[in-house]
Structure formats: C-alpha cells, structure tokens
Design a protein around this ligand. Structure first.
Ligand code: GAL
Length: 388
C-alpha cells in the first residue's frame, strides 16, 4: 500500500507516528511511504498530477481540504466517496460541520482530515526580542516603526524563503489589509482583486517585502525559521508546522525558547488549512488504503500525529493534555477566533488558480507593481472560476 505526501525529512516525524500505528494494526501490509520533498507540496503536487493523469495513482495521497481537493480532484471525478467510511466509523459527529463542508459536496465526502493548521502566525525568540529592546508588533505599522532599528543592528526584520512562502506571507498581509469579511468576499467573487481594497493589499505586501532578506528565493521554509532561531532575523510569518519543527526537531520549548502571535494585524482571526488524505479511484490496494484512512481519522491517530506536527486535531474530542503550550493555545484560538480559509494551502482556490498565482507572485516580486498584480489576479480568478 503506497501513501504519497511531501512530509519527508524534518516534516516526517508526525507521519511516522501514524505509520507506526498502521503497522501495529496491519502487520501483514507492506507500507510504501512515498514522499517528494518541498514545502507546501510545490514539488509533490506536480508529481501527483502526472501520476493521476497517467492512471498510476498512489493508494492514498495528501491533499488540502477545500478547493485543492474539491475544485481539482473531485471536480475531475478522480476520488472515491468516503461517506460510507465516515458513517461506519461514526465520524459524522467527530469533525466540525464547517470542516466537513470543506471536504464534501452534495455528492459525497472526499477525504479524511488529519489536522487543522494555522497559517497566520508570526514566530520569534523571546530572549532576542528583549535583547534588541523591542516589542512584538501587533500591526504592520508597528512593525514598520521598529524594522529600521533592527536593520541598524544588522538584523533582518522579516525572514522569508522560496516563492511559495511569499504566497504564504501574502495571505497574512492581505488578511491584515482587507479584514476577514473582504478576504471572504474575494473568494466568493464579491470583491474584485483589482478593486481599491485588493490593490491596497498588494501595496502593503510590497512595503513588507522591503524588510525581508534578499536571498529568500534560495531558502527552504525551515531555513527561514533557522534565521529567526539563530538571531539573524527577528520575525517569520509561517504556518504552525514551524512550531512542530522547533519543538519536535529542534527540541525548543514553546513559550520560552520560541514565541508566537497572530501575524501582525490579524489578532482574533484564524486562517486555517487542513491536511487530509483521500482515496483515488483506481487505487490498487483499496482495502489497505481504507485501513490507512481509518487510522488517520481515529482519535488515537490524530492525537499521535498532531502534537508532533504543530497542528491541532481536526476532531472535536482530542485529548489536549497530550499537546504542548503552543498546541493548547492554537486549540483555544480555534474555538474563539473568526475562521477564514488559506489560499496558499488549498482552502480558497483550486490548483489552476494556484499555479497561475505563482506566476503573478513572481511577476510582483520583480516589478513590485501593485496595480498590475491586482489586475492579473482578477484575470486568473475569472479564468479559474473563483467565486463561481
Ligand atoms: C502545508 C502543509 C503542512 C506543511 C507545510 C510545509 O501545505 O499543509 O502540513 O507540510 O505545507 O510543507
């Protein structure tokens, strides 16, 4: 039975915990853990596409809840309906209704969620913040006020990595600029990307980029986190897999060795994404894959995976005593914050849009032309049926 994901290397330990449970329950199955490295699946998704279109699907693969699943693979009729599995396992009440909407259509439920990650988080090292005599900003204006002071000390104000992390930063900046209602309106087709509000978000993003490291495009997301950890940079906006990396791989203690806050200007807002696994039509080892999905959806699986991953459980009944202080605080925020979907990780837009958006981003990184980026985004939104 072959599973397919981008969780290799530093991203591997949480997946290994699930594999251990599967192996204990299914000792006779040979599990092939196929991975293609590259944050946010930039490389894995391209390989997956080739395999799916070539009629060689893995038995189960990682896919984000939301439009990456629904607007891509479900739309292309490549997935099996998992409603019978959900009913059999009693999962209809185990997951929040809102999340089931992100993995379902009126025709079925199409994947099993393993977590809830938060996208809009800024990471820092408390001891360094104190050493530099600054406060953690709560808005981008406060950040702009302290950023030059950091630069004078030879500290990069904001660590950035390869281009997908620019998309990642963009969504947090755009959320701060637009607010949650207008963010939602963009994806519902009710606010144009080239409206004054849409263009303003690109302008703010351009200003933010002025305080990022110039070698960003050659770095992995972990290397951008490392810049913060080593004190070369002050802040990094990254999803909470960074908490997993710092606590699981780097053995740092949340709260003391590393700190976090909602990315500037987004306090009270929780930009979510969820990793999930589905069952493609034509899977060669269907029964073994169903057994895999059972592990993923179980309370035991979820509470083995998420404390290592930095995410919170997608289930409503998780055992919070197993989670560290970051995990507990994320779970608390999830319960009280305004929830919005992530673009960079599959919730709000399909793969067609995401591929085109990568080109828009590349163009913006070179030109820094907000008007043009707003217009181009509106064009690709129309082309890829956003809000339809
Ligand atoms: C996200 C994924 C996370 C993490 C991250 C970095 O898209 O949902 O689980 O793997 O990419 O690669």
């Amino acid at each position: 039975m072959e599973i397919f994901s981008w969780w290799a290397g530093d991203e591997g330990p949480a997946l290994e915990a699930l594999i251990d449970i599967y192996k204990a329950q299914n000792p006779d199955v040979e599990l092939i853990n196929a991975t293609v490295t590259g944050g946010s699946g930039v490389n894995a998704k391209a390989v997956l596409k080739t395999r799916m279109l070539g009629g060689e699907p893995p038995d189960s693969f990682q896919v984000h809840a939301g439009q990456e699943l629904i607007g891509t693979w479900v739309k292309a009729d490549r997935m099996e309906d998992l409603t019978p599995l959900f009913k059999e396992q009693g999962w209809m009440d185990s997951f929040p209704k809102g999340l089931i909407k992100n993995i379902g259509t009126d025709k079925g439920i199409w994947s099993v969620p393993v977590n809830i990650h938060r996208s809009n988080v800024v990471w820092y090292i408390p001891a360094n913040i104190e050493k530099w005599g600054i406060k953690v900003p709560t808005s981008w204006d406060e950040f702009f006020a302290i950023a030059p002071k950091l630069q004078e000390k030879g500290v990069v104000p904001l660590a950035l990595a390869q281009n997908w992390t620019a998309n990642h930063l963009w969504e947090s900046v755009a959320l701060a600029s637009l607010g949650a209602d207008n963010w939602d309106a963009l994806w519902a087709g009710k606010l144009a990307f080239d409206s004054p509000e849409g263009v303003k978000a690109w302008e703010l993003f351009g200003k933010v980029l002025e305080y990022a490291n110039k070698d960003a495009s050659s770095l992995s997301w972990q290397q951008a986190t490392d810049m913060v950890v080593d004190g070369r940079a002050a802040f990094n906006v990254m999803g909470d897999w960074a908490a997993g990396y710092m606590s699981t791989t780097k053995k740092m203690a949340p709260g003391t060795d590393f700190g976090w806050a909602a990315s500037f200007g987004t306090s009270g807002e929780f930009m979510f994404l969820a990793d999930s696994f589905g069952l493609p039509k034509g899977a060669k080892n269907r029964d073994n894959a169903l057994a895999w999905l059972k592990v993923l959806g179980s309370r035991e699986g979820s509470d083995a995976f998420n404390p290592l991953k930095g995410s919170t459980s997608a289930r409503l009944d998780s055992d919070l005593s197993l989670y560290n202080d970051y995990g507990k605080s994320a779970a608390a925020d999830l319960g009280k914050d305004r929830i919005v979907g992530s673009l960079a990780h599959g919730v709000t837009a399909n793969e067609g849009f995401m591929n085109d958006f990568a080109s828009v981003m590349e163009m913006f990184l070179k030109s820094r032309n907000a008007q043009m980026a707003g217009k181009a985004t509106q064009q690709i939104a129309a082309k890829n049926g956003i809000g339809k």
